[in-house]
Design a protein around this ligand. Structure first.
Ligand code: SAM
Ligand code: SF4
Length: 469
C-alpha cells in the first residue's frame, strides 16, 4: 500500500476552532434555546452554534441541552435501540498509539490472530446468543490487508449456524488506499469506521509516534478515499480523553461538514469512546483530558443536536449506569454481550485479558441487556433490512424521509426482536419482550400496517424467519 498524502490538505481549521471556543462563551439563554430549536427543526448546526453549546456552564442551560437532545431522539427516531457485537479478528499492530493495549511496544500484550476455524467458532458463538450485526475489528498490520479483511468478512457471512446467521458486518480497521477499499466493498460491508482519535494535530503527533498511523493527514483523508472507492456508509469518531473534548466535538463537526461539502453525504455514524484502562498501558490510568461523567452526557447531547441525522454509537466501554442514562440523549446503537479479547467468545482463558485491547465497563450478557432495555421501554432491534434491501444510509433516511420510521424501522425492529425472543431469549426476557411488542403494536396508528405486522408476527411464531419490510 502506498501511503502518500501528496495534495491532501487538512480540513480541520485549528485556529478557527480555538478562536470560536474562546469567543462563543456565556451565551444567553435565548441564544441556546434558538440553537436547540434549529436542531429540532432538523437542521445541522454551524460551528459557531456548536461552540456556544460546548461552552455552556450554567446547570440550567446544560439541562436544557440534555432535554433538547432527548426530545430530538424521541421525535425523530423513537425508542428503538439497534444491537451489535464487536468481533476482534487480530491484535497484531505496527503502530504505537500510546493509549492502546495492542500497540507494538506493549510487551504485556499476548499477540493472536483468529485462524479460519477460530473465526467460524467465534461467529457461531455470537450467532448462538442471537446476534445479527457485528463490527469486525483489526489491528494495523501487513497481515491484515484488504484481501484478508474481505476474506474474513466473507467467512462470517457464509457461516449459517443453528437458527441464525450474521446479516450485517461493519468494519473498524486502519485506513486503506482506494484499491483496498474497493476490495473490502466487494464483499458487502456495512459501515466502515475510522476514528481520528484526536482532531488536534499537535496532540495527534505526540500520541502516535510510530507506524503508518503517525500520519495525521493519511488518517484524516481515510474516509475521503473510502468515498472515492464507492463506500458511502462511513463512521467517524474521536477517542475522548486525549485532548479537550470541546475541541474534539468541533473536530467531528468539521469532519461532518467536509464530507457533506465534498461528497454530498455526511457520516453515517458518530462514535465518542472514552479511554478505558488497558493492560501494560500506563497512559490509560490517568488520561490527560479525562472526561467527567457529566461532561460526557453533555457531549453526547451536543453531538446529537449538532448532527441530527447521524446514528450515534455508545459502546460497552461505558459502565452500566452511564449507558442507561446516556441512552436518553440520542444514542441509536449499542453493543451488548461483548468480549474484546481475540477469540474470547468461543474460548475464554487465562490469556484473554492479555489479548484484549482494553477493559470493558459493561459485561452483561446480550439477554440481560435486552431484558433491561425492554423494562426501560426501548425496543431492541436487530434490523438489517435497509442494508439488505439496498437502501444505504438508513439513519439518514429515518431522519430525512417523513414516515420512514413508522413504515420501516419500527415494524422491522418489532419483527427482529420477536425473532430474537422466539429463538434465543430467556423466559423472563420472552415474557417482558412479548408484552412490549403488544404495547408497541397498539401504538401503530395505520390500521393496514398494524394488521400486516400482526400477520408477520404470527408467521414468525409459526416458524418463519428473517421477515422484514
Ligand atoms: N487499529 C485500527 C485503528 O486504530 O484504527 C482499528 C481498530 S482499534 C482496535 C479501534 C479503536 O479503539 C481505536 O480507533 C481507538 O479509538 C479505540 N481505542 C484504542 N485504545 C483504547 C482504550 N484504551 N480505551 C478505549 N478505546 C480505545
Ligand atoms: Fe494499533 Fe489501532 Fe491500537 Fe493504534 S488503536 S495500537 S492502530 S490497534
Amino acid at each position: 500500500m502506498n501511503i502518500s498524502t501528496e495534495g491532501v490538505k487538512s480540513f480541520i481549521p485549528t485556529a478557527t476552532i480555538e478562536s470560536l471556543l474562546a469567543s462563543q462563551k456565556d451565551s444567553p439563554r435565548g441564544k441556546i434555546r434558538d440553537i436547540i430549536a434549529k436542531s429540532l427543526d432538523k437542521k445541522r448546526l454551524d460551528p459557531e452554534e456548536t461552540a456556544a453549546l460546548v461552552n455552556v456552564k450554567d446547570p440550567e442551560l446544560r439541562q436544557m441541552i440534555l432535554d433538547g437532545a432527548h426530545e430530538l431522539k424521541e421525535r425523530i427516531y423513537g425508542n428503538r435501540i439497534v444491537l451489535f457485537a464487536p468481533l476482534y479478528v487480530g491484535n497484531e499492530c505496527v503502530n504505537d498509539c500510546v493509549y492502546c493495549g495492542f500497540r507494538i511496544s506493549n510487551k504485556e500484550c499476548s499477540r493472536s490472530t483468529l485462524s479460519h476455524e477460530d473465526l467460524i467458532n467465534e461467529t457461531k458463538a455470537l450467532v448462538e446468543t442471537g446476534h445479527k450485526r457485528l463490527i469486525m475489528v483489526y489491528g494495523e498490520h501487513p497481515n491484515y490487508d484488504a484481501r484478508f479483511i474481505a476474506d474474513t468478512v466473507q467467512a462470517v457471512y457464509d457461516t449459517k449456524y443453528k437458527k441464525g446467521e450474521i446479516r450485517r458486518v461493519n468494519i473498524n480497521a486502519a485506513p486503506m488506499d482506494i484499491e483496498g477499499y474497493r476490495i473490502v466493498k466487494s464483499v458487502g460491508i456495512g459501515t466502515y469506521q475510522i476514528f481520528q482519535e484526536t482532531y488536534h494535530e499537535e496532540t495527534y503527533k505526540k500520541l502516535h509516534p510510530r507506524g503508518p498511523k503517525s500520519s495525521f493527514l493519511w488518517r484524516l483523508d481515510g474516509l475521503d478515499r473510502a468515498m472515492k472507492a464507492g463506500i458511502d456508509d462511513l463512521g467517524i469518531g474521536a477517542l475522548m480523553g486525549l485532548y479537550d473534548w470541546r475541541f474534539e466535538v468541533m473536530g467531528l463537526l468539521y469532519h461532518t461538514i467536509h464530507l457533506e461539502d465534498t461528497f454530498g453525504v455526511g457520516p453515517h455514524t458518530i462514535s465518542f469512546p472514552r479511554i478505558e484502562p488497558a493492560i501494560g498501558t500506563d497512559f490509560t490510568e490517568k488520561p490527560p483530558f479525562q472526561v467527567s461523567d457529566d461532561d460526557f452526557k453533555l457531549l453526547v447531547a451536543i453531538l446529537r443536536l449538532s448532527v441530527p441525522y447521524t446514528g450515534m454509537i455508545l459502546t460497552a466501554r461505558e459502565p452500566i449506569a452511564i449507558r442507561n442514562v446516556v441512552l436518553r440523549y440520542g444514542v441509536s446503537q449499542i453493543d451488548a454481550g461483548s468480549s474484546i479479547g481475540v477469540g474470547d467468545y468461543s474460548h475464554k482463558d487465562e490469556e484473554s485479558r492479555r489479548k484484549s485491547q482494553f477493559v470493558l465497563g459493561d459485561t452483561r450478557s446480550l439477554d440481560d441487556v435486552i431484558y433491561e432495555l425492554t423494562k426501560g421501554g426501548y425496543i431492541p432491534s436487530f434490523c438489517t433490512s435497509c442494508y439488505r434491501a439496498g437502501r444505504t444510509g438508513e439513519h439518514f433516511m429515518e431522519f430525512a424521509i417523513p414516515g420512514f420510521v413508522k413504515q420501516f424501522c419500527t415494524p422491522n425492529a418489532l419483527l427482529t426482536f420477536a425473532e430474537y425472543l422466539y429463538d434465543f431469549s430467556s423466559q423472563r426476557t420472552l415474557e417482558a419482550g412479548l408484552g412490549l411488542i403488544d404495547n408497541e403494536l397498539g401504538k401503530v396508528t395505520d390500521p393496514k400496517m398494524q394488521a400486516s405486522v400482526k400477520e408477520k408476527l404470527a408467521e414468525m411464531k409459526a416458524g418463519k424467519r428473517d421477515l422484514f419490510y
